[in-house]
Design a protein around this ligand. Structure first.
Ligand code: CA
Ligand code: CA
Ligand code: CA
Ligand code: CA
Ligand code: ZN
Ligand code: ZN
Length: 315
């Protein structure tokens, strides 16, 4: 059975949870409470917008200037039991990231990976709140030299929803359900961070093939990446869509500038001629905001990159 997901209402009182950091011995990986995993290396500073860590883009980037810096959190069931592990969580982020890069020039940079020990009696929003509290996440916190925009949590426990997003906190959680749909649920929740609403009945989205759509369809099997998955359930249309309808595309395009715009030197959320002038002044210096091609220095090629970007953000 798949349950529909809902946004968490902020009116709900946040349960005070004591922070319990337990040491878990899981396979070969030791997770210490909310600490970073020992084998995780944060991305280099400055980030390299055109050469992502670990290889090239799956799809050609349209305009990768918007960075969402995130912390990835996984609970002990997700890491241990159900075949997924941290690599699976990273893979799901990569799948969603490639779609965001292609459509919007938005990239998700995982700055840290943390484990949390989920209380086995919790589900729903209380499980989600626990993830937020135990990781100590808040929007704007600094980790590994980055200001963090979002928490992306995965649970292997029963959440009762495919995913939840706490928009005001910039935090989201996804429950493991299967390779064919976890990418779509994550994509849906990430879209909430850009104020894309649920495509409920009565919206134009509802009847469209959009990752936000709640309209349910009966599905027997799903083909994904050359594998066939048995589903035999009613699932939201959003579980089957990798793209966004026109309204949601517009939402995300308008709201993406709330995140870090690389090349925006004067913080007016766009790259314009004044930024190009500033970048030119930084010529020869190493200012990460001015290094648009990730070669750790500011040269004419960064100015050309900014000028190209200017064409897309000047209005
Ligand atoms: Ca647990
Ligand atoms: Ca999918
Ligand atoms: Ca600017
Ligand atoms: Ca450069
Ligand atoms: Zn939703
Ligand atoms: Zn839509």
């Amino acid at each position: 059975m798949f349950r529909r997901e809902n946004k968490v209402k902020i009116e709900m009182s946040l349960k005070k949870l004591s922070i319990i950091c337990l040491i878990l011995m899981l396979a070969t990986v030791a997770i210490v409470g909310c600490k970073a995993l020992p084998n995780f290396r944060p991305p280099p500073i400055p980030p390299s917008p055109f050469i992502p860590p670990g290889g090239g883009h799956i799809l050609p980037p349209k305009n990768p200037f918007i960075f969402v810096y995130a912390i990835l959190a996984v609970d002990e069931e997700f890491v241990g039991d159900q075949l997924q592990g941290i690599g699976y969580a990273q893979l799901e982020v990569e799948r969603v990231k490639s779609r965001l890069e292609y459509q919007y020039g938005i990239t998700i940079e995982i700055v840290d990976i943390v484990g949390w020990n989920s209380d086995n009696s919790k589900s729903g929003s209380s499980l989600f709140y626990e993830a937020v509290e135990e990781t100590g996440f808040y929007s704007g916190m600094v980790r590994n030299g980055f200001e963090i925009d979002a928490l992306i949590a995965f649970t292997g426990q029963y959440l009762g929803y495919g995913g939840l997003c706490w928009i005001e906190k910039s935090a989201l959680i996804v429950q493991y359900q299967g390779y064919w749909c976890d990418d779509n649920v994550l994509q849906h929740e990430v879209s909430h961070l850009f104020y894309a609403d649920d495509g409920v009945q009565g919206t134009s989205c509802y009847i469209l093939q959009c990752v936000m759509s709640y309209h349910t369809v009966a599905v027997e099997t799903v083909e994904e990446d050359e594998e066939t998955y048995n589903v035999y359930a009613e699932v939201p249309e959003g579980y089957l869509a990798n793209t966004w309808c026109a309204d949601h595309y517009k939402n995300i395009t308008l709201n993406k500038f709330r995140y870090t715009v690389v090349g925006d030197m004067n913080n007016d959320d766009r790259v314009s001629i004044s930024d190009i002038v500033t970048i030119a002044i930084f010529w020869g210096y190493n200012d990460p905001r001015a290094d648009l091609n990730g070669d750790y220095k500011t040269t004419i090629s960064d100015i050309v990159r900014a000028a190209l970007h200017w064409g897309e953000t000047k209005n």
